[in-house]
Write a protein of this length. Structure first.
Length: 277
């Protein structure tokens, strides 16, 4: 029995990552060499070997990585992928669509303004009560509105400014959060389109229908992938806060669009773009 067979025969409760690491070390292969060939980042390969899910993208991508890594080592890619799924039961292994996150700040801000109004009203009521109710007098409602003392006006103005500053600070935080969530490369469907995101050396990231208004966000730190779209006029590309709409003519099928950030930006240089506020 060879050493490779011995590793698989005695795998027992080993994870796919442990089997891959032991096989690689037996063959004397460096992670850097595997990364250069498969286009899978070294940190992802190391995370697979160490069973470190925190440094890995979504499970659906990891399955493809495991399969490609195993095939490079002349192991059964399907078997290793199934072993990874079995050891990670309960995780989501389907592609995620409609990944454009939305931060709803309108309700939050409106509630803050409501709080401001309530506080101001309460403060005004306390001024009226202290002014007229201190000696037990109960004035008629029509004569309740007096001249508010100057120091009270100053306090009310100062408190209002503080609350307004807090609201503006929260709005700025919400805008920054929304921008950070929306950063990255997105393929956006202006109408129902068929797309495929593939690599020559790795499994496809996505193949199928992308519904109107939905977006597919590419994982970070991936390279060597290209896009094929079945209708260029209904396909938009969003990189961070810049959108390139209608990257071709209606009905045009465009293949092998590079999805590396720099190459993609260069490819889209002739397409009109607009910045998203």
């Amino acid at each position: 029995m060879s050493n490779r067979e011995d590793i698989l025969y005695k795998s027992g409760d080993k994870t796919a990552g442990e089997i891959l690491r032991e096989t690689r070390e037996l063959e004397g292969i460096r992670l850097e060499d595997i990364a250069a060939y498969t286009k899978i980042p070294v940190k992802n390969l190391r995370a697979i070997e160490d069973n470190n899910d925190e440094d890995l993208p979504a499970p659906i991508y990891v399955v493809g990585f495991v399969k490609t890594y195993a095939q490079y080592l002349r192991l059964d890619g399907e078997e290793m992928a199934e072993l990874y799924k079995m050891k990670n039961a309960g995780r989501h292994f389907e592609p995620e669509l409609n990944l454009e996150a939305k931060v709803d700040t309108e309700t939050y801000i409106s509630n803050r303004w409501l709080l401001l109004i309530c506080l101001c009203s309460l403060f005004a009521f306390s001024v009226v009560y202290k002014t007229f109710g201190k000696n037990g007098a109960q004035p008629a409602l029509e004569s309740v509105i007096p001249e508010v003392p100057q120091e009270v006006k100053q306090d009310l103005t100062a408190n209002s400014r503080k609350l307004t500053a807090l609201l503006e600070e929260e709005e700025a935080r919400s805008r920054n959060l929304k921008k950070s969530i929306e950063r990255g490369i997105h393929i956006v469907a202006m109408d129902n389109i068929w797309i495929q995101v593939t690599s020559d050396v790795s499994p496809p990231l996505y193949t199928g229908l992308l519904k109107k208004g939905h977006a597919f966000k590419l994982p970070e730190d991936l390279s060597g992938y290209t896009l094929t779209t079945g209708d260029a006029s209904s396909t938009s590309i969003k990189i961070d806060d810049v959108v390139w709409e209608n990257i071709g003519e209606k009905g045009d099928v465009i293949r092998d669009i590079p999805l590396d950030r720099e190459q993609l930006t260069a490819y889209l240089s002739g397409v009109s773009a607009q910045k998203v506020e």
